[in-house]
Design a protein around this ligand. Structure first.
Ligand code: COA
Length: 163
């Protein structure tokens, strides 16, 4: 099956048909993602199959953010200047119920990392920050090397590129 990432397009993608099991994540895609994209609040990227291009297998959203030095664990603060750390935030990542457990979440996370690295080529970006909805979601991110901030256990981060 051919898969591709693309930016959400309400004319082509079936937002209303998406359900991941967490109402807040479904409603964001149904009602707010398009508006946030237009307003420069967050971009939403969807994963689709070539032969069913309207069906959203999963999505993630991305936005600019910052962390305070105190949010980082002491060993991650080394050599950083004494002002807020520039970041890309991944506030939402969700996989449709039918597609869960098949590696789609892993692909979406990889895509988010690639996007953040591409941004890093043009502007300072030190960390990718994720907001986990609950402890299970936090363990999903921890499995990929994200570390919890010192301040909010469900907010985790990972350094991008060379330190
Ligand atoms: C959590 C979620 C994103 C995972 O996506 P997925 O496509 O089912 O996960 P994948 O198949 O890519 O699995 C990748 C790895 O994460 C693990 N994993 C999957 N779901 C997990 C969860 N909820 N908690 C912890 N680990 C999880 C898998 O075991 C797998 O590890 P392995 O390769 O060592 O076996 C997806 O189940 C989902 O959208 N759930 C509802 C919304 C949600 O909880 N979002 C979380 C971000 S706020």
């Amino acid at each position: 099956m051919g898969l591709q990432f693309t930016l959400l397009d309400g004319r082509r993608h079936d937002r209303a048909g998406f359900a991941c099991g967490i109402a807040a994540l479904d409603e964001y895609l149904h009602r707010l993602a398009g508006q946030h994209h237009r307003d420069g609040i967050a971009t939403t990227h969807v994963l689709i199959e070539d032969d069913q291009p309207a069906r959203i297998l999963g999505y993630c959203s991305l936005a600019a953010a910052q962390l305070l030095l105190d949010d980082l664990r002491p060993d991650d603060r080394k050599r950083l200047p004494a002002y807020p750390v520039p970041c890309v935030r991944l506030p939402r990542l969700a996989v449709s119920r039918e597609a869960q457990g098949q590696g789609v979440g892993r692909l979406l996370l990889g895509h988010a990392v690639n996007c953040a690295l591409a941004m890093r080529a043009n502007a300072g970006v030190r960390m990718l920050v994720v907001d986990a909805k609950d402890a299970r979601a936090a363990s999903f991110y921890a499995e990929f090397g994200f570390r919890p901030t010192t301040t909010v256990a469900k907010t985790l981060y990972m350094a991008l590129g060379k330190s």
